[in-house]
Design a protein around this ligand. Structure first.
Ligand code: CP
Length: 335
C-alpha cells in the first residue's frame, strides 16, 4: 500500500504520471470513477482550498468526502504511542485510524507543526503515526511539507513554462506579521529540484535557511536532475533573469517557539515584498503563491492582478492533481 506523505517517496516518473492524469481530468472533470468510494478529511487546522478541492474532487469522481475537525466536531485525538491519556484527547489515533479505515478508502490529514520544538516537529510524527495505524492510503494535506501543493505548483509551472528542467526558479521569503510554517517553502524546494530547475533561494538573513533535511535533499535532487540550488540575500541578483518567482513567508528556525524574538529579527525585512519593480528584473517570470496571501504585505496588488500571476491557476490545479492522486492511490486507471 502506498501513502502520499511526502514527494520524497515518489519518483519523478510517478509524479509525471499524476500530472498527466490531472491534465486529462482538467479537460473532463466529472467522471464516476470512484463511485461508492470515500475519503475522510481530518483537519486539525483551518483551510479554504484544501478542504474545498478535496470535497469537490471526490464528488466529481462519484465518491464521498467526510470532513472531520478533531477537537471541534469530532473527538480530540492523541497521537503519541503509549501516552497516558489524561489530557484533552478522548481517543487514540490507533482507534481513530482503525475505525476510519473500516469506513473509508482513504484518510487525509492536515496537522501543522506545534511551533514549540522544531527538533520534535521536524520528524513529522503525527502523519507518520496515522500512516502506521491506517490500513488504507494516507494523504498529507500539510504538515511540515505540503505535497499536494507541490503537485499543483508543478502543474501550473508546466502550463506556463513548458519543460521545467534548467528553468530559473526563485523562491523568495517575504515578510508577514508572524512566523509561519515552513511547509510550502520546503515543498517548493522539493518540487522544483525534482524536475531539475535552477533554484535560487532568497532570504533576508541566513537564519531563515530551511531545515537541512530539505536543503540537502533539494540539493541532491537538483544535481541529479541537471539543475542547481543556490542561496542568496541579494534581492537584485536573485530576481535577475528568473523565469518563475514563488513567494512564501516562514519563521526562522533558530527562533522556533519564540515568536516575539523572531518578530524582532524580521522587523527590518518588510521590503522583501514582491512588487513590480522586482518583477521587472526577471525574464518575464510567472509569479505564484500557494494562498492565502496578505495583499500589499507579501505581494502588491499590481503583482497579484497581473497576467503573469498564476496563483489562481495553482489553486484550481489543486482540484485536478488531488483527483489524480486519489485515483492513483486507489489503483483506479483514468481512461
Ligand atoms: N494552499 C492551501 O493549502 O490553502 P488552504 O490553507 O486554504 O487549504
Amino acid at each position: 500500500m502506498q501513502h502520499f506523505l511526502t514527494t520524497a517517496d515518489w519518483s519523478a516518473q510517478a509524479i509525471n504520471q499524476l500530472l498527466a492524469t490531472a491534465s486529462e481530468l482538467k479537460a473532463n472533470p466529472c467522471q464516476a470513477l470512484l463511485r461508492g468510494r470515500s475519503i475522510a478529511l481530518l483537519f486539525l487546522n483551518p483551510s479554504l482550498r484544501t478542504r474545498t478541492s478535496f470535497e469537490l474532487g471526490m464528488q466529481q469522481l462519484g465518491g464521498l468526502a467526510v470532513v472531520l475537525q478533531p477537537g471541534q466536531d469530532a473527538w480530540g485525538i492523541e497521537f503519541r504511542p503509549g501516552a497516558v491519556m489524561d489530557g484533552d484527547a478522548e481517543e487514540h489515533i490507533a482507534e481513530a485510524a482503525g475505525v476510519l479505515s473500516r469506513y473509508c478508502d482513504l484518510i487525509a490529514l492536515r496537522a501543522f507543526p506545534g511551533f514549540k520544538d522544531w527538533q520534535q516537529d521536524r520528524e513529522d510524527r503525527l502523519i507518520r503515526t496515522l500512516a502506521r495505524y491506517s490500513v488504507v492510503p494516507v494523504i498529507n494535506m500539510e504538515t511540515i511539507v505540503h505535497p499536494c501543493q507541490e503537485l499543483a505548483l508543478l502543474m501550473t509551472l508546466r502550463e506556463r513554462l513548458g519543460t521545467l528542467q534548467g528553468k530559473r526558479f526563485l523562491l523568495t521569503w517575504t515578510w508577514h506579521p508572524r512566523p509561519l510554517n515552513t511547509a510550502v517553502a520546503n515543498s517548493a524546494l522539493l518540487a522544483a529540484s525534482k524536475f531539475g530547475m535552477d533554484i535560487t533561494l532568497l532570504l533576508p538573513d541566513e537564519q531563515y535557511l530551511l531545515d537541512e533535511q530539505f536543503m540537502d535533499l533539494a540539493g541532491r535532487q537538483a544535481a541529479a536532475g541537471g539543475g542547481s540550488l543556490s542561496v542568496t540575500t541579494d534581492i537584485q541578483r536573485a530576481y535577475s533573469g528568473a523565469e518563475a518567482v514563488y513567494a512564501k513567508s516562514w519563521g526562522a528556525l533558530p527562533f522556533y517557539g519564540q515568536p516575539e524574538r523572531e518578530f524582532e529579527l524580521r522587523a527590518d525585512y518588510r521590503h522583501f515584498i514582491v512588487d513590480q519593480e522586482k518583477m521587472n528584473l526577471t525574464d518575464n517570470a510567472v509569479f505564484s503563491h500557494c494562498l492565502p496571501l496578505r495583499r500589499n504585505i507579501k505581494a502588491t496588488d499590481e503583482v497579484m492582478d497581473a497576467d503573469y500571476c498564476a496563483a489562481l491557476d495553482e489553486a484550481e490545479n489543486r482540484l485536478h492533481v488531488q483527483k489524480a492522486l486519489m485515483l492513483e492511490l486507489l489503483g483506479v486507471k483514468y481512461q
